[in-house]
Ligand binder design. Sequence first.
Ligand code: NAP
Length: 240
Amino acid sequence: MGRVALVTGGSRGIGEAISKGLKAAGFDVAATYAGNDEAAAKFTEETGIKTYKWNVGSYEESKAGIEKVEAEIGPIDVVVANAGITRDAPFHKMTPEQWQQVIDTNLTGVFNTVHPVWPGMRERKFGRVIVISSINGQKGQFGQVNYAATKAGDLGIVKSLAQEGARAGITANAICPGYIATEMVMAVPEKVRESIIAQIPAGRLGEPEEIARCVAFLASDDAGFINGSTISANGAQFFV
Ligand SMILES: NC(=O)c1ccc[n+]([C@@H]2O[C@H](COP(=O)([O-])OP(=O)(O)OC[C@H]3O[C@@H](n4cnc5c(N)ncnc54)[C@H](OP(=O)(O)O)[C@@H]3O)[C@@H](O)[C@H]2O)c1
């Protein structure tokens, strides 16, 4: 039996590329999603990867969902906390609801996804935790106080988990993508997209597959000594 990988938000966008990349690398993959049944069904039909629906913001739903995945596919060796949302507004207009929704999904969602699989990883003395953060967690972003706070929080999570998991053969790392050509970014007006690209020294958006290849490497045995790191994949837009 191959190693098992769980990808939250693994049915669309960057997560879809990650799910496919891990499958190509030999993992048995489970992908989760929040509510877009149509996209999930299409994804499963095209890839053969099973999808599971739960809200990562709920600890109970996450725990029950993870138990189901482990019963159907096997103990989870690799967990990719990718599910994320934006609720942008300048700070003076940001509502407590916009703040809370993003905190629940992007930050508490990482706790809810990793915490239930952690004891099994410790017992089996192997684990890979990979969190999809963002360039905007590194540098901040106008209109994204909520989002940037969660994505900066991801970096604190992996640096702490790395220290706790190292002796048990578990690594925890973050990837900070810059602007990636997902549906969301491709849907913005061409002029806005051009102004985004103008800020990227590489002169182009990143491809979801470029993030997926980082994940596949971090998930591999070869990456065992890389622990607590942040990989920036942003076409030279920002350096830490
Ligand atoms: N796109 C970029 O340029 C970019 C740049 C930097 C970082 N990121 C980060 O990369 C990750 C993926 O972004 P993306 O652009 O690929 O997003 P996306 O295309 O909007 O896809 C988001 C995925 O997450 C799922 N999801 C959302 N809320 C959820 C919840 N509460 N519970 C469970 N699943 C949930 C969605 O499920 P449904 O299909 O059911 O809605 C979907 O599968 C995010 O963490 C994002 O912050 C993206």
